[in-house]
Design a protein around this ligand. Structure first.
Ligand SMILES: Nc1ncnc2c1ncn2[C@@H]1O[C@H](COP(=O)(O)OP(=O)(O)OP(=O)(O)O)[C@@H](O)[C@H]1O
Ligand SMILES: [Mg+2]
Length: 352
C-alpha cells in the first residue's frame, strides 16, 4: 500500500510542542515533570526511559487524553487549552501500549473499518482502506476473528492497523515492538521507516534501544525523575553511557572471560560471550544496519581496550611470580600491542 503523507521531510512547522509540562496522577508524585520539547513536521522522535519514567503519560498528553496540570501545549501552531478539538483528533493517532485499551469491536474487520467510516468515507472506500491496511500488516487472515481472542502480537498489529486506517499526519506509538516476535519486530520497524519516508510525523516511546537508530531523527531520554535528561541524535544518545546509566537504561555488568572479570555497561540484549570474537551474524532481517552495529561494536572494543591491556599486564606479573618469565614476556608483548591499538577504534568509527 502506498502510505500517503504530507510530503517528504518538510520541517516548516512545529507540529507538536510541549512547554514545561507537568502531570501527576491523583495528586501523587509527578509522572511528568517540567518536560519541554518540539516535534517538527515530518520528524521522527523517539522517547526512551525506564519503566515508570512517564513515556506513556507524555503520549497521553500529546494525544489530548489527559490535560497537564501545568505548562503549555501547542499543536500545528495553535495553543491547546481546553482539550483536543475534533480537527486535531483526526490528525493525531495513538497506538496504546496495551492493545486491550485500543480494541473494542466484534471483529478485526470492524476495527479496521471503524476509523474510515467515522471520517465519513463511504463503505466501499472504507472497505478498500481496511483491505489495504490488512494487507500491509499481514493480518488479512484475522479479519473475522474477535480482536480480544488474538495473541498479544496479533492484537498489536491490529491496533496499529486501526491507527493507520484514518491516515493521520501524526502517529504516537507506545512500545510498538514490545511483545512481538523477532520477524514481526523487524516488520513493524520497517513499517515505521516507511511511514517516516512518507513524511509522517512520528513519536515513538520505547524501551527497545535497538530500534531507535533506525526509526528516529532525534531521541529524548527521560530520567527516573520524570524530567528530560538528554536530547540528542539517536546514535549520540546510545553512545552517551553516562546519561543512559543515570536513566537506568543500561547497567554495570560483570564481564567474564572465563578466568577473570571486569565491569562494563550494557544496553540491549546480552549477546555475547564473546561477541568481539564472533560477531552475531547479520541478516537482512536485523533491526540494526550493518554500520550501526559496527559502530556500537567499535565503541565497545574502544571502551575495553585499555582495560584488556591492564589485565594482560596483571597476568604478566603473576606469571613472573610463578617463575614463568617467558610467559610473562609474551603477555607484556600482548599488552604492548594492545595499547598500540589506542585510537584506531575511534579512527575506524570516524571512517564509517
Ligand atoms: N493510571 C495511573 N494512576 C496512577 N499512577 C499512574 C497511572 N499510570 C501511570 N502512573 C504512574 O505514573 C508514572 C509514569 O507512568 P507511565 O506509564 O507514563 O511510565 P512509562 O515510562 O510509560 O513506563 P513503562 O515503560 O512501564 O510503560 C509511574 O510512576 C506510574 O506508576
Ligand atoms: Mg509506558
Amino acid at each position: 500500500m502506498h502510505i500517503r503523507g504530507p510530503g517528504k521531510r518538510k520541517r516548516e512547522m512545529n507540529v507538536l510542542e510541549l512547554k514545561d509540562v507537568s502531570y501527576s496522577y491523583l495528586n501523587r508524585a509527578k509522572a511528568v515533570d517540567s518536560v519541554s520539547f518540539t516535534v517538527s513536521r515530518g520528524e521522527s522522535l523517539s522517547i526512551i526511559g525506564t519503566n515508570g519514567s512517564g513515556k506513556s503519560t507524555l503520549l497521553y498528553i500529546l494525544n489530548g487524553l489527559i490535560k497537564p496540570e501545568s505548562g503549555k501545549i501547542f499543536a500545528f501552531g495553535a495553543e491547546i487549552e481546553d482539550g483536543y478539538p475534533l480537527w486535531l483528533r483526526q490528525r493525531v493517532s495513538l497506538l496504546f501500549q496495551n492493545s486491550h485499551a485500543q480494541l473494542f469491536s466484534l471483529s478485526v474487520w470492524d476495527e479496521l473499518l471503524f476509523g474510515p467510516l467515522q471520517l465519513g468515507l463511504g463503505i466501499k472506500e472504507a472497505g478498500q482502506r481496511a483491505e489495504d491496511i490488512s494487507q500491509m500488516l499481514g493480518i488479512g487472515h484475522l479479519k473475522d476473528r474477535g480482536p480480544w481472542d488474538l495473541s498479544g502480537g496479533e492484537m498489536k498489529k491490529v491496533a496499529l492497523g486501526t491507527c493507520l486506517s484514518t491516515n493521520p499526519d501524526v502517529l504516537l506509538l507506545d512500545e510498538p515492538t514490545s511483545g512481538l516476535d523477532p520477524r514481526s519486530q523487524v516488520e513493524i520497524t520497517d513499517l515505521i521507516i516507511g511511514l517516516r519516508e512518507a513524511g509522517k510525523t512520528i513519536i515513538t516511546a520505547t524501551n527497545d534501544l535497538h530500534i531507535i537508530g533506525d526509526i528516529s531523527d532525534r531521541t529524548i531520554v527521560i530520567g527516573e525523575d520524570h524530567r528530560v535528561l538528554l536530547e540528542a541524535g539517536p546514535w549520540e544518545a546510545l553512545e552517551d553511557h553516562d546519561s543512559l546509566l543515570k536513566a537506568n537504561l543500561i547497567h554495570k555488568h560483570l564481564h567474564r572471560h572465563s578466568w577473570y572479570e571486569h565491569e562494563h555497561s550494557h544496553w540491549g540484549a546480552h549477546e555475547h560471550e564473546h561477541e568481539e570474537a564472533a560477531p552475531a551474524k547479520e541478516t537482512d532481517e536485523s533491526p540494526l544496519t550493518d554500520t550501526g552495529r559496527l559502530k556500537i561494536l567499535l565503541g565497545h572494543w574502544d571502551e575495553h581496550n585499555a582495560e584488556h591491556a591492564e589485565t594482560y599486564l596483571e597476568w604478566a606479573s603473576k606469571a613472573e611470580e610463578m617463575g614463568r618469565p617467558s610467559l610473562a614476556r609474551t603477555l607484556r608483548e600482548i599488552a604492548g600491542e594492545t595499547k598500540k591499538m589506542e585510537g584506531l577504534f575511534k579512527k575506524a568509527q570516524g571512517d564509517l
